[in-house]
Design a protein around this ligand. Structure first.
Ligand SMILES: NC(=O)c1ccc[n+]([C@@H]2O[C@H](COP(=O)([O-])OP(=O)(O)OC[C@H]3O[C@@H](n4cnc5c(N)ncnc54)[C@H](OP(=O)(O)O)[C@@H]3O)[C@@H](O)[C@H]2O)c1
Length: 345
């Protein structure tokens, strides 16, 4: 297993992380996701630790808090060896204020997460989504308060637009607040929107990207065909949130099969290895509903794709540049570009 410092922080995490979104103690509000009971979760956590993974991700909202509870219990006794990330922002109860990124909800939810995880501090606390109803300054002050109180070690965002994260980082710098060290964002061969603005923003601010749904909810494992997309045994039948066109996605799967077949790995491993090779990607969060899937995904740690394989994968889903990116690229000053061999500030 390889390790990396998360952004410019001193937090060291494995390049593969484990996502505990599938863990449940019976909650079935999202039954196509929450499939892993305590016995299986125990085996998954043990196998993940054995593979050298030290980074575990959950959220207050997963299975109504049961994911945090199970993960905390299974990591008991190993607390010093692992880095635990959890999140706040989604609705966690019926009261109006039990959602979002207000000071009130963040401070309350952090206490609930600490209790459920059975720990006295959260290593990495992430805002799970943007909150359009709370001033950004209030959210950032609340996060900083948690860090100063010793309840949280590092903070980050998830599913935020680049402009809002950049605005937040400037506020954090100006006020001496604990800065965001990561963005946890969706990135996959069929979901490359972060290449447009989020990754360039992260490079500018020295943040490391942690990737969610690296297999596009399992689609890139190659187990889907047009005729079994609705198979109730699989995630996509019940929870299909990623907005990519499936016919276009199957072209990417074919290319993954080709690359994987030639080097004797699985399409899932090739998909994760492609992400691990992307500039700015610190860590890829793997998830699973079955042990063989976990085994498959952990195997990606041993795959280093060559430049030709990466180029073959890049080209199959190369995103079209949107404005103003196409303007910037097409009208770049040519003498300077040549003189600097493509180095950018
Ligand atoms: N910040 C956020 O908003 C956000 C959002 C989503 C996830 N996350 C985090 O990211 C983690 C990973 O996300 P994800 O679970 O969506 O990742 P993913 O790898 O895209 O999808 C995982 C699902 O795909 C299927 N699968 C996984 N590996 C497979 C394999 N090798 N062969 C066949 N099927 C396979 C399984 O579902 P089935 O067997 O049920 O089909 C598994 O539960 C989560 O656990 C969570 O911690 C964060």
């Amino acid at each position: 297993m390889q390790f990396v410092r998360l952004g410019e922080s001193g937090l060291i995490i494995s390049r593969l992380g484990f996502g505990a979104m599938t863990f449940t103690a019976g909650d079935a509000t999202l039954a196509s996701i929450y499939k892993v009971d305590e016995a299986l979760a125990d085996r998954m956590v043990s196998r993940t630790l054995e593979a050298g993974v030290n980074f575990f991700d959950t959220a207050d909202a997963y299975a109504n808090g049961q994911s945090e509870e199970l993960l905390g219990r299974l990591l008991k006794g190993r607390r010093e060896a692992v880095v635990i990330a959890t999140k706040v922002g989604f609705r966690t109860g019926p009261a109006l204020g039990q959602a979002g990124l207000s000071r009130r909800h963040i401070l309350w939810s952090a206490e609930q997460s600490l209790r459920r995880l059975g720990t006295d501090r959260i290593d990495l606390y992430l805002c799970h989504k943007e909150d359009p109803f709370t001033p950004l300054e209030e959210t950032l002050a609340a996060l900083d308060e948690l860090v100063r109180a010793g309840k949280v070690r590092y903070v980050g965002f998830s599913n935020w637009s680049a402009w809002k994260a950049a605005a937040a980082l400037e506020i954090q710098k100006a006020r001496g607040y604990a800065p965001f060290v990561t963005g946890q964002m969706h990135y996959s061969l069929v979901g490359r929107d972060v290449e447009r603005d989020v990754l360039p923003m992260m490079r500018r601010y020295g943040l490391g990207l942690t990737v969610w749904s690296p297999l596009a909810s399992g689609f890139l494992s190659g187990k889907y065909r047009p005729e079994n997309l609705g198979d109730p045994a699989n995630r996509l039948a019940g929870f299909d949130i990623l907005p990519f066109d499936k016919a276009w996605g199957f072209q990417a799967v074919d290319r993954l099969r080709e690359i994987a077949g030639a080097r004797g790995c699985s399409p899932a491993q090739a998909a994760v290895a492609w992400l691990l090779a992307r500039a700015g990607v610190a860590c890829v969060l793997v998830g699973a509903s079955k042990l063989p899937q976990l085994e498959d995904n952990l195997g990606a740690a041993d795959i280093v794709l060559g430049a030709a394989e990466i180029a073959r994968l890049d080209e199959v889903t190369e995103p079209a540049a949107v404005y103003p990116n196409w303007f910037i690229q097409r009208l770049i000053d040519e003498p300077q570009r040549v003189a600097l061999s493509g180095q950018v500030s």
